[in-house]
Ligand binder design. Structure first.
Ligand code: NOJ
Ligand code: CA
Length: 711
């Protein structure tokens, strides 16, 4: 017994020693792993103007900072994601790092320029979390900015990640002036406010969006892209690129520290931002940098961060174009979208009737426009604001007075195509159920362009316009339409992030406050378009729908006080300044027919360019842009101002030497003013050569458009 008990005791002691030893080992290992090796590495852009430093401190926390032309422009800022079941906050360990260089030129299918240079230096930091999850932080330093993202490879123990928050921060170094719109989970159709960072506050911001499509939870948070200018002039815009399978990026400002933190719109489960199957790469976070406002407009960082074109084969079905449509007449009250009254009887005011559509087709054909948008042509508009009805629209069932077969024949005869409107009323599942059948029906009738729309609350309720579920929907529409060779213009989607490089059938989107607001709200002030091009348009073209000649909108209702706060000459300038491969001549044919001399500019202006020169620019104030028509030697110039009249002398040094051009100048006429005398446009022709100077006189709220044709 004694011996037995001695042996037993010995055994227990040995066991204890083993356990303590193991515990000590664990303790040392713990201490060792907590003290991750600090790391810091800088990647410089090809010309060294931009330097991004990626850091890991002794606690294993990741951060970065950015310098531009020798100045810190983003101070030390946190990186990382909060994942369910993993700790990426501290204890990160470096398992490797790498560097890369890329220098290539690529040609967009359509665009502001014929060729884009993608030239950067890259830095990759490969990490492992204390609980064994592997991921990388990947940086690219361009001469005009920085892009970075998180990359998760396949893992042994996880097939997906659940992202609960993104910690990415942007530490601003001073109280910059910012041009911002509030972070609204459900609408991008706000005005912009210009203020110091420290004064960002959505409660002091003009908003006249119906409350039912508005969801603002943090009044100090803003949309991206948000553009800023520092005291000493340099300009910076924070944006995202390649928004795929993730919620849209907004920025919450801590006003005391001037630090932006990324805020991703959540899914229907408010504790989850996104669920991603592995492997997964996050959208790029992009910091656009420029010594001045003009450089922000010629910055191609967002496009460069997107993937090359995924549509294979012949792309000639993708056609930049101008279009007219049964659209403005619906907004100004000449006709209606719906066909029947409450009792089911035809009202006689239905806009999309066969005869009226033919009138627009004739007008388009006569003026060389490729498209006619038709809204309100299919069943369902009587009760479309009723969010309780999940199946609102029938996308392949025309109203009785819209003869699809006849219009298909007529359009073909005239060489024009109908752009088919697909308002979904945000009944997204209903649309998804009908998409394939509807698209085949349009194609069968010879029409290969659609305009989607997402007015109202998303159904299923709980999802948001800018959340992961909807992002996946918008992208699925692009993929499916690309497969069927259909072009897309999307209204009320998320703001674009350069995906038109990958899906060039994605012609344009609204995703901001367009012309329509002038018809039924407080409208857009004269600085609105001048802010849009420096913010929202950085991510992609906008279907703004310019070209309103009848500026006062009481044509069909004398009591209507609404107006567009513009001169007519400024409406012409928008075709050059607000870039889109899809440009509407939005006013009614009868209004254009009254002013054929002024309308001539809209007939002439192209929608695809081989070169773009920013001749002058100030965010929210003024801009002058010259663009060269693709495949021709003709140039078009657009110049516009806010409420302040301005005079410019611009040098035409971009013209080819040895050639003479005829410039037709459409400018604000005598006494023009956007408030009380918007209509006068004076037109003059002069001969110009390379190096000549052009005088541009802009009245308050005015503009100038010039066609410069080689002779
Ligand atoms: C809002 C869109 O922006 C506009 O273009 C369209 O006419 C209406 N919704 C109706 O779908
Ligand atoms: Ca809209």
């Amino acid at each position: 017994m004694k011996i037995k008990s001695f042996v037993a005791k010995q055994h227990i002691i040995q066991k204890m020693i083993k356990r303590v030893g193991f515990a000590l080992l664990l303790l040392f290992a713990g201490i060792f792993s907590a003290i991750a090796q600090p790391f810091s590495k800088t990647v410089s852009s090809p010309n060294n103007d931009v330097q991004a430093t990626l850091m890991l401190n002794e606690k294993g926390e990741a951060s970065y900072k950015v310098r531009y032309k020798g100045k810190e422009v983003v101070g030390a800022s946190r990186l990382g994601l909060q994942l369910r079941g993993h700790n990426l906050s501290t204890g990160l360990k470096r398992v490797g790092d790498g560097s890369s260089t890329e220098k290539e030129n690529w040609k967009p299918v359509w665009g502001e320029v014929a060729e884009i240079s993608n030239h950067y230096k890259g830095l990759q930091l490969h990490l492992i979390s204390s609980d064994g999850l592997r991921f990388s932080i990947v940086f690219r330093a361009y001469n005009d900015g920085v892009g970075f993202r998180y990359e998760f490879p396949k893992q042994e123990n996880d097939t997906q990640i659940v992202i609960q928050d993104e910690w990415t921060e942007f530490q601003m170094t001073a109280d910059h002036t910012a041009w911002w719109a509030p972070c609204d989970w459900d609408s991008n159709e706000h005005t912009y406010t210009q203020s110091k960072l420290s004064a960002i506050d959505a409660t002091k911001h003009l908003t006249d969006i119906e409350p039912f499509v508005q969801h603002i939870t943090n009044v100090h948070a803003v949309q991206t892209p948000v553009t800023m200018q520092a005291e000493n002039g340099y300009c910076m815009s924070i944006a995202e690129a390649a928004l795929v399978d993730y919620g849209a990026m907004h920025l919450e400002l801590d006003r005391a520290t001037r630090r932006f933190k990324t805020f991703v719109i959540p899914t229907a489960d408010s504790t989850v931002k996104s669920i991603n199957q592995l492997p997964f790469v996050s959208p790029w976070r992009a910091i656009l940098l420029s010594p001045d406002a003009a450089g922000i407009l010629s910055n191609r960082l967002i496009l460069n961060l997107n993937e090359p074109c995924k549509i294979k084969g012949d792309l000639s079905w993708i056609k930049p174009q101008k279009y007219v449509g049964i659209w403005w007449e619906l907004h100004v009250g000449k006709s209606d979208w719906h066909y029947r009254d409450k009792n089911g009887k035809p009202t006689g005011r239905h806009g999309a009737n066969t005869e009226n559509v033919k009138r627009y087709i004739d007008f388009a054909a006569k003026n060389g426009f490729a498209g006619v948008l038709v809204e309100g042509w299919f069943e369902g508009w009587e009760d479309w604001f009723n969010v309780m009805r999940p199946e609102i629209f029938e996308f392949a069932k025309p109203y009785p007075d819209f003869d699809m077969a006849e219009l298909s024949r007529y359009a073909k005869e005239k060489g024009v195509k109908i752009i088919i409107h697909n308002e979904t009323g945000s009944a997204v599942l209903s649309y998804e159920r009908q998409m394939d059948t509807a698209y085949d029906y349009y194609l069968k009738n010879g029409f290969n362009a659609i305009k989607t729309g997402y007015v109202g609350f998303i159904q299923p309720k709980g999802e948001w316009h800018d959340g992961q579920w909807m992002i996946n929907h918008y992208n699925e529409v692009l993929r499916r339409t690309a497969e069927k060779k259909i072009m897309v213009c999307a209204h009320e989607p998320v703001r674009p992030s350069g995906l038109h490089r990958t899906w060039p059938n994605f012609m344009a989107s609204e995703a901001a406050r367009g012309m329509e607001f002038n018809a039924w709200s407080k409208g857009n002030d004269p600085s609105h378009e001048l802010t849009l091009i420096f913010t929202r348009l950085l991510g992609g073209p906008m279907d703004y729908t310019p070209g309103i000649f009848q500026v006062e909108l009481n044509q069909f209702d004398k009591a209507k006080k609404d107006r567009v706060r513009t001169t007519v000459a400024k409406q012409l300038a928008l075709y050059v300044t607000l870039y889109s491969p899809l440009q509407m001549a939005a006013d009614l044919p009868e209004n254009y027919e009254k002013r054929p001399d002024v309308f001539q500019f809209i007939r002439d202006v192209p929608t695809d360019w081989s070169d773009t020169k920013i001749l002058n620019a100030a965010v929210g104030d003024f801009v002058t842009i010259a663009r060269r028509q693709k495949g021709a030697d003709d140039w078009f110039i657009g110049s516009m101002t806010d409420e302040t009249p301005r005079k410019f002398k611009v040098k035409l040094d971009f013209l080819q030497s040895g050639k003479t051009y005829e410039a037709t100048i459409y400018e604000d006429g005598k006494g023009a003013h956007y408030l009380d005398n918007p209509y006068p446009v004076s037109i003059r022709k002069i001969k110009v050569r390379k190096g000549d100077r052009l005088n541009i006189n802009l009245v308050a709220g005015g503009g100038c458009a010039v066609s410069v044709k080689a002779i």
